[in-house]
Design a protein. Structure first.
Lengths: 280, 290
């Protein structure tokens, strides 16, 4: 089973839920946690361990000046502005390239070949027994987050039970993360911002045909509007985490409430049963 | 005009809360831009009156005309994004995965694959009691949010007549929408919080911002929730020569203000509102805004 954790709004506690769920599951079975928030990956902060890393590369064009006749076909074809054909040479802007391969197809001289370019890395570790952690890390200044997310997900593909921690927002990195998941846990907080963005995240999950459930984090007990929204959309509320300075303190220091505070391991196990029920 | 973006790296540290407060108490003729187009929330605090709405088309997407398609599947073989899928015994483009590269239209032997405009969101300009606001809505699941950010900034510039400040509420992360936001800015204010995640994220964010040559300031939100990590953030800022322009205490009034749809500086006095006023004074003095 593959479970994605998303939110729309940032900072609602996606990583906290992912880390605690992963830890709890690993107490009794094999589980994989995949950090798909490749712009700001944080899961590893909760699981310090030695990691093996591998670069993530994407193919980008390289022009053979001996073959190139400066016909301009590649520049005309590229919709991302990654190739600019000048009077005496072709300029390549690799950070704009989406690696579609179009330029190699359209070049009549066979002057374009693709070479790998490193845009990030994946790190893999086993911080505790039965838990595999895969983190995708986008290099600073790069924009192709989806390629790094794909690489991180590919590393855990064979795993029977995987949790994907998504980035905030509702754009391409989030789509890439939740694509192929069996269920989605949407983490929200009961403020107008949280609800506004939960609406958007629920819309994404619905559009992709992925069943979802909701976790309300930092609740101060005034969750009526969020609960009403969930009822109306048929989204089960799988867990409510109250606001408390004690929980915030554990979290801020890189701790896990399911390990460091009593009662939370059981609640995260119940969250897993709840989301498994959503899939069934 | 000074162009200032409020950013954070990690999400949920309080960017919009701080941006709204600064807009509320700036006292400078200004224009506002909500560059967090995936999840735009600034409008929830300012009751904007919509002036213009434009369609945002983004990059084109492919479509396969089933009447012309001869079912050869060459397009699917060449699509590197897995966007051409088999549905109901026919080839179809899944717009969520189509990046708009047009390779399918090039390889299709019958001309069945074509590129079409792809409505991806809306761009708005609005009036608020604190100046004009340029904002947008990216349809959930659409790509190219960086391009949309650039459009929002262009609208803000066009509304900036006589303004001394362009204040942008930025997106989380360090990827394409963030890079689109920071380009062309004079300064960024990084809103962070005392947690291991935010501390980790600020370093990556600063690395990206440095490449744009912008001045970098920081504000530590909810600083009193973990005093030791706050000290580590302050140390980091000192080493990096980043001015900590303000520190905002944890204050339940902040959530109340958001619930009531107003900036925290508007309404009863509170510790957070006082801290935000001090932040405004320090930051604006640094930026030469009076």
């Amino acid at each position: 089973m593959k479970i994605a954790i998303a939110s729309g709004k940032g900072g609602t506690g996606k990583t906290m839920v992912a880390a605690n769920l992963g830890f709890t599951l690993a107490l009794s079975r094999e589980a994989a946690l995949v950090d798909c928030d490749v712009e700001e990956p944080n899961l590893h902060l909760f699981f310090p361990a030695q990691a093996l890393t591998a670069p993530v590369t994407t193919p980008v064009p390289e022009i053979d000046p001996d073959r190139c006749t400066l016909c301009g076909e590649c520049g005309k074809f590229c919709r991302f502005g990654a190739l600019s054909v000048l009077k005496d040479r072709v300029l390549v802007f690799p950070h704009l390239c989406h690696s579609c391969g179009g330029c190699t197809l359209v070049c009549p001289q066979g002057a374009v070949r693709e070479v790998p370019r490193t845009i990030g890395r994946v790190a893999c570790s086993s911080p505790i027994p039965r838990l595999t952690l895969v983190s995708g890390v986008l290099n600073e200044g790069e924009v192709q987050a989806p390629a790094v997310i794909r690489a991180a997900k590919a590393l855990s593909k064979a795993h029977p039970l995987t949790i994907y921690d998504a980035s905030p927002g509702t754009a391409c990195p989030v789509i890439e993360t939740i694509d192929g998941s069996d269920a989605c846990i949407l983490v929200t907080e009961s403020t107008p911002f949280g609800l506004h963005d939960l609406r958007l995240a629920a819309e994404v999950a619905e559009k992709m045909g992925i069943p979802a459930g909701v976790v309300i984090n930092r609740s101060d007990g005034r969750d009526e509007e969020t609960l009403a929204f969930c009822r109306e959309r048929g989204l089960p509320v799988l867990m409510t985490i109250p606001f408390s300075r004690e929980i915030a303190a554990v979290q801020n220091r890189g701790g896990l409430i399911c390990r460091d505070l009593p009662g939370w391991e059981e609640r995260f196990m119940a969250l897993f049963d709840g989301i498994a029920g959503v899939v069934a | 005009m000074i162009r200032l973006a409020v950013v954070s790296g990690k999400g949920g540290t309080g960017k919009t809360m701080v941006a709204a407060a600064l807009a509320d108490i700036s006292g400078v003729p200004q224009v506002l831009a909500d560059c967090d187009v995936d999840a735009a929330n600034l409008e929830l605090l300012f009751e904007p009156r919509r002036i213009t709405t434009e369609e945002y088309l983004g990059l084109e997407a492919a479509r396969i005309d089933p009447a012309v398609c001869r079912d050869c599947g060459i397009c699917a073989d060449h699509c590197r994004f897995g966007a051409i899928v088999r549905r109901n015994d026919a080839w179809e483009v899944d717009p969520l995965h189509c990046e708009g590269c047009a390779v399918c239209t090039y390889v299709c032997p019958t001309g069945a694959a074509r590129m079409e405009p792809r409505p991806s969101g809306e761009i708005y300009t609005s009036a608020t009691d604190r100046g004009s606001l340029a904002h947008a809505r990216l349809f959930p699941g659409s790509g190219n949010s960086g391009l949309l950010v650039t459009e929002v900034k262009k609208r803000a510039e066009s509304l900036a007549d006589g303004a001394g400040l362009l204040l942008a509420d930025g997106p989380p992360g360090i990827g394409c929408p963030l890079i689109a936001t920071v380009g062309g800015m004079d300064a960024v204010l990084i809103v962070t919080e005392p947690g291991v995640s935010a501390l980790h994220d600020i370093e990556r964010l600063v690395t990206v911002c440095r490449r744009f040559g912008v001045r970098i300031f920081a504000a530590i939100n909810r600083f009193d929730l973990a005093e030791d990590i706050r000290a580590r953030i302050e140390d980091y800022c000192r080493r990096e020569d980043i001015v900590v322009a303000g520190e905002i205490p944890f204050d339940p009034m902040v959530i109340d203000a958001v619930r009531n749809g107003r900036p925290v500086t508007r309404g009863a006095a509170s510790p957070a509102a006082d801290a935000l006023r001090a932040l405004r004074d320090t930051l604006f003095a640094e930026l030469g805004l009076s």
